[in-house]
Design a protein around this ligand. Sequence first.
Ligand code: NAD
Length: 492
Amino acid sequence: MKLVKIPETETICRNLSGGKWTTSKGKHLAVHSPYNGAAIGQVPLSTNQEVDEAVSKAQEAFPAWKQTPIKERTQFLFRFRDLMIKHLDRLAHTAAAESGKTVAEARAGVMKGLEVAEFALSLQNMDAGGLMEVSRGVTCQSNREPLGVVLGIAPFNFPAMVPLWMYPVALTMGNCFVLKPSEKVPLTSQIVGELILEAGYPAGVFSIVNGGVDAVNALIDHPGIKAVAFVGSTPAAKAVYMRASSHGKRALALGGAKNHLIVVPDADLELTVKGVVDSFTGCAGQRCMAASLMIAVGDVEPIIEKIKSTATKMTLGSEMGALIDKPAYDRISGILDRAEKSGAKIVVDGRKASAPQGYEKGFWLGPTIIDNAKPGTECADVEIFGPVLTIVRSPNLSSAMALEQKNPFGNATSIFTSSGATARYVASQATNGMIGVNIGVPVPREPFSFGGTKESKFGHGDITGVSSLDFWTDLKKVTVKWAPQADQNWMS
Ligand code: NAD
């Protein structure tokens, strides 16, 4: 059975600079499909000169784009969204082939990202600013102003969706946007760039600069870049946030996570098993909202047994995708070895699962469950970023909440219960930014915004939804008086 169309020819990725595709003179790295390890493309490490060219061309495009009324800017996004849907199958197969997701997951990722585009399409009707007579004959008005050329840096795990969190709103609000895709999954962005051009966006309004850390640093340091949005691991998020801030630039950097699912004895069996298993196996656990730690409160043995039997039956390839690369497999395998040494028990070992036929050279790890882990050990504390569920036992809900509150990361916490009072208690005591009740992956849907707390986010506000408007724009206030006023008032 063919699981995904693995490209037979290699795509040599190009940069999109000033509305034109350009071939980088930088060294190129091979891009491998996690499905079978095959080389499917090459990605350049763009030079500093190429970074400068792309940003300079975007700066040239900015004044006219800023002057374009929002209703006109929105028309480009309407066309772009239609094109993304027209090319959904191609986008999904490319994103799956390069990231290891199943095609269904990759398709869902594009559609979820397009929800942010749909939110951006509504801005033309929503963001009219405000005007008020603040004193006799004096009005105050506020307008949202674009910042200039802004940068988005993306991780490997959502090749289409994470960039879509950023550029629809940034562009619609009048910024020019430069995307630095993950060097592990650069191919999907090549299609996105093609569709941006087909949608008719003016040259330089949307650019792509490929590369790794050096390109990120050169982009952040470029005086033409006014704001930096980042999504990736916590160490990189912190580094990007500090570097951008040291230049006085606006920065919002989303990092990694260790999401906690709390299961109590009155939880519904079916709802909980599906919620937990989908959460830790979806996208092979490579999502920042994946379940990582399950806190079993009291006796929830029947639920754990069913989670184990459901996870064991999953078929790799059709029901669950692959890990991004061999280093990811080796890193996780090392964590599993050390988990056993720390006294925990691996009750489902995905290293024994069979790779799908014809894809044996891929990076496959089946669903894995570690039980009886101790808080403070590696498997209970670090982000594993694979299909691994660690279970810790907790005698009561308050000690479960104490663990949640100690978690240095702050993306998701979910409670599985039939009790409204328990759900309410957890939602009010939890310290993470996105809380679920009987939901394993509590990603807010637009217009509710996406963003965590603590070490999962550096910077203020969220990356999508209404909150993102404050990141992508400045509020300009205009106070007006046309005639002297007779009354005595401090504004007269
Ligand atoms: P990563 O941090 O290795 O890379 C992300 C991006 O940053 C890439 O474009 C990469 O080129 C660049 N980069 C890497 N190291 C850098 C550094 N030191 N300085 C500057 N740039 C650097 O992350 P990844 O492995 O691609 O993605 C997985 C991570 O992303 C996980 O930790 C996951 O939780 C996190 N993630 C978080 C969210 C969220 O919303 N919080 C969403 C998706 C993924």
